[in-house]
Design a protein around this ligand. Sequence first.
Ligand SMILES: [Zn+2]
Length: 615
Amino acid sequence: MQSRFIATPKVFGWMTFFLFLSLPAFFPGHAAGSNGFVIRGARIFDGHKVMEHTDVWVEGGKIKAMGNGLKVPTDVKVVEAAGGTLLPGLIDSHTHAWGDALKKAEVFGVTTELDMFTDIKFMQPTKKAQAAGENLDQADLFSAGSLATAPGGHGTEYGVPVPTLTSPGEAQAWVDARMAEGSDYIKIILDDGHAYGHHRPTLSMETIKALIEAAHTRSKLVVVHISTQEDAKAVIQAGADGLAHLFTDSAPDPDFASIAAAHHVFVVPTLTVLESVGSVASGASLTTDARLEPYLTGDDTSNLKQSFPNLPPTISEKYAEQTVAHLKAAHVPVLAGTDAPNPGTAHGVSIHRELELLVRSGLTPVEALTAATSAPAVAFHLEDRGVIAPGKRADLLLVKGDPTRDILATRDIVSVWKLGVEDDRASYRAAIEKAKEDAARAAQSAPAGVEAGLISDFEDGTPGSKFGVGWMISTDSIAGGKSTGEMKIADGGSNGGKHALEVTGNIDGGLPYAWAGVMWAPGSQPFIPVNLSSKKNISFYTKGDGQTYRVLVFTESGGRIPAQQTFTAGPEWKKISVPFSSFNGTDGHDVGAILFVGGPAVGRFDFEVDDVHLD
Ligand SMILES: [Zn+2]
């Protein structure tokens, strides 16, 4: 697959598929008293430097005053913080936000996300609510909205409509359309995929130059996605304000950092996603950190353990780390960004990994913290945040210990405030714990009927099942695709039976992971995990038009990405038996759904299934 620094097609698609499984609503943070509060005795990292034992008085959502032994009225609530460190709320300078991303972010101390491409249907209402003073229980969103890419180029593969362009003459209208939609800055893709062994269309340098000029005419910043050193140099020289990602195709040339410095660009390396691109699941260590793990959903945990498979061994995240060291020496601003929720990352939590990797690259802990606070505030002209100073927003993060010496201490979170309102981390944690318990409990009890093993023989003339939820149509339309599917009871089943389930439809090529077919779930509703581990195989009979089809199995531990096996439906009934273990090694203890689907090959399809068993 192509350099997928946005969200893999699979993830974006199945994410949508899974939206109705998102966390139960939790309570918004409780408001501070009208006279605010004072945080006493913490070490302060103010966005630039460290101050010992300084008090910070918050009132009306802003920092009112700070100082040693600060005098405040007696009715001002006191937060004792001696031994801890108070930081500006963290800023993640590269994410893709939708769903409950921004809530997750705030729980982990990220109070601002700089989104680098999302669906404007998410961006617009979110920014509107934020401007109205709502959304205090979630990170603030700034967003590029849509991105600039060529038809069929990187960014078009996710099922989100992208207005593409092909020539310099379209640049000003394209930029103006983004501004009308509410984009805060402009994101451009320059990536023909060759660093990753692929080929896909990309914008010409002439069009990129015209886009940069068009954005600058409207006083908008431009961030450009690159994946090679050659492209990075080209866009810097074309006037880009910032780089999204560093290159992993080569060690930095001796002049790279000086070119960046001479052109006053900022750089968002996104080391955590680059490490995952290099086949290392960058987020795996976060999932076993007791300070973080209780706040991770099952989906987050599963995604943090993923990496991008099958990319050329020549690419290396180490090149990006070397480049960070060069940029530091050349005084080029480096900003912390994660590219969540790509494989190996998750919203909020991954900033802590990015900070660790920036330090591994040679930044001091204070420089790494600057990269997640004042540096992005300066780069993106966010004058109200990123520092702790009188008059600034009370977006704050209190941790135990001293992250200005040990960067891992950012994980030991005590409290997070946005506009002086404390995030209700306890309720968030409790909701996650409950969801995990419910899932475990549901997975423990296999429903009646599992022992007998028969799911459906369709002999009663309906698409029902002996246990669980009967068969239903599932298509990629929920992920923005156009594939269609129908099912009906056909005459003449396998083994001399009277009926079978016939599935027909059309796979549309709009999505690379296109699907249409039928879904069955063993629980009381789809995606409730059920323990089927007393059985070892899924078996069924099939016949059809000779095409290749897929069995998809969703498990709780596999997160939102299904495991799959293929089968061929030929002219005669044939028995297919697939062990659970062939679906990414599952033992079947937490199965949420099983699907028989056509796709991703496009066109009409027609197959039948019958006598679906667990044995
Ligand atoms: Zn991205």
